[in-house]
Unconditional design. Structure first.
Length: 123
C-alpha cells in the first residue's frame, strides 16, 4: 500500500468529513493498494485530549561531535591537558573546540557553550 495524498481539514475534498467529524478530524489520506487495485480513504481522528506539560529534552551527543568549551585564561593545567587531547583555540569565539568525548575526559561537559553561526548549537 502507498499513501499518495494527505489532506488537512478544510482542504478541497474534506468538506463532508469535516461536517461529519468536526474538530476531531486531523488528516484525510488516500492510500492506494496495488494488490487489490483499490483506493482507500482514511481519516485520522482525535479520540482523547488530556493536559500535558512538556519536559526539557536531553540533548543526545555522540562522542565524535565537536563542541566548544570555555576554559579560563588562568587555568593553564586544564588548557595544557585540552591541547594534548587535540583541542583547538578559536580566537573569534574565544572558545576551545574539542570533541565531546574529550570534554568528558577532562570533566568540562558543563562548560559547553552554544556558538551563534557555528556548528554547535548546544549548551
Amino acid at each position: 500500500m502507498e499513501t499518495r495524498l494527505t489532506l488537512r481539514p478544510g482542504a478541497p475534498g474534506t468538506r463532508k468529513l469535516v461536517e461529519k467529524y468536526g474538530e476531531r478530524l486531523l488528516r484525510v489520506r488516500y492510500v492506494y493498494d496495488a494488490a487489490t487495485s483499490r483506493r482507500l480513504k482514511t481519516v485520522e481522528l482525535v479520540v482523547e485530549s488530556v493536559p500535558w506539560k512538556t519536559r526539557p529534552r536531553r540533548i543526545r551527543r555522540h562522542d565524535d561531535d565537536i563542541v566548544f568549551v570555555r576554559i579560563g585564561y588562568g587555568e593553564t593545567d586544564l588548557r595544557a591537558r585540552a591541547k594534548n587531547l587535540g583541542a583547538i583555540w578559536r580566537k573569534p569565539q574565544k572558545l576551545w573546540e574539542i570533541t565531546y568525548r574529550d570534554s568528558k575526559r577532562l570533566g568540562i561537559v558543563d562548560r559547553i557553550v552554544a556558538v551563534e553561526g557555528g556548528r554547535n548549537i548546544w549548551r
